[in-house]
Design a protein around this ligand. Structure first.
Ligand code: AMP
Length: 200
């Protein structure tokens, strides 16, 4: 299989919830993001799911004629979790390969509220950025203050000197999904020598 992701515009990788049970305001925000990215001419790369915020994101982008690429492990497709109407579905062997391919393909990352899967993907991206392996923008959508406890924890980690002050610039937080595109454009470049201060 060709694992290169053909794109129009930027390849914006979105991490978001699979849950269909959360407050529908989170699905609505995912749909706004899908619509805005498609209208701006960007390609959405995501986990390939059909339900929850993932499905809302993909459906809204497709409705605008956007390009949506899903990357999903085979076992999830066997459970019929994959969206069957997206522009391209790439099948991978496992979660590790999926995350690797997602990061390799992304020009920017957006993280919406979600559960453990979303957190895992976000933290892999942050750790890769800290090590200088992924220098691209990472935007966290702090809808309804959802990520406030995470920012408190990350701040505490800096206070305790598990991380350096400079690491607070690895992500850009926005309160509203409507501000994502601007945040991607405005993101400060990440130093090429980030590995040099990864453990400071
Ligand atoms: P969570 O936030 O725990 O719902 O996990 C969402 C993330 O994990 C997504 O970005 C996907 O990459 C992956 N994931 C979890 N559940 C599913 C699913 N049902 N279908 C596709 N991907 C999923």
């Amino acid at each position: 299989m060709n694992d290169r992701i053909e794109a129009v515009g930027r390849r914006v990788l979105v991490f978001c919830a699979s849950s269909g049970s959360c407050d529908p305001v989170f699905h609505a925000a995912a749909a706004v993001l899908g619509r805005d990215l498609a209208r701006a001419g960007h390609t959405i790369v995501y986990g390939g799911g059909a339900v929850g915020s993932m499905g809302a994101l993909a459906d809204a982008a497709l409705a605008e004629g956007g390009r949506v690429v899903g990357i999903i492990p085979r076992f999830m497709r066997e459970r019929e979790w994959a969206h069957t109407g997206i522009s391209e579905l790439q099948l991978v062997d496992d979660m590790q390969q999926r995350k690797r391919r997602m990061l390799e393909s992304a020009d920017a990352i957006v993280t919406l509220p979600g559960g453990s899967g979303t957190f895992e993907e976000l933290f892999e991206a942050l750790t890769s950025k800290r090590l200088g392996l992924f220098p691209k923008p990472i935007v966290i959508v702090n809808q309804a203050g959802f990520y406030d406890p995470l920012f408190t924890l990350l701040g505490r980690s800096v206070e305790e000197r598990f991380m350096h002050d400079a690491h607070l610039a690895m992500w850009h937080a926005v309160d509203r999904v409507e501000d994502v595109l601007l945040a991607i454009e405005a993101a400060a470049p990440w130093p090429e020598d980030a590995i040099g201060f990864a453990t400071r």
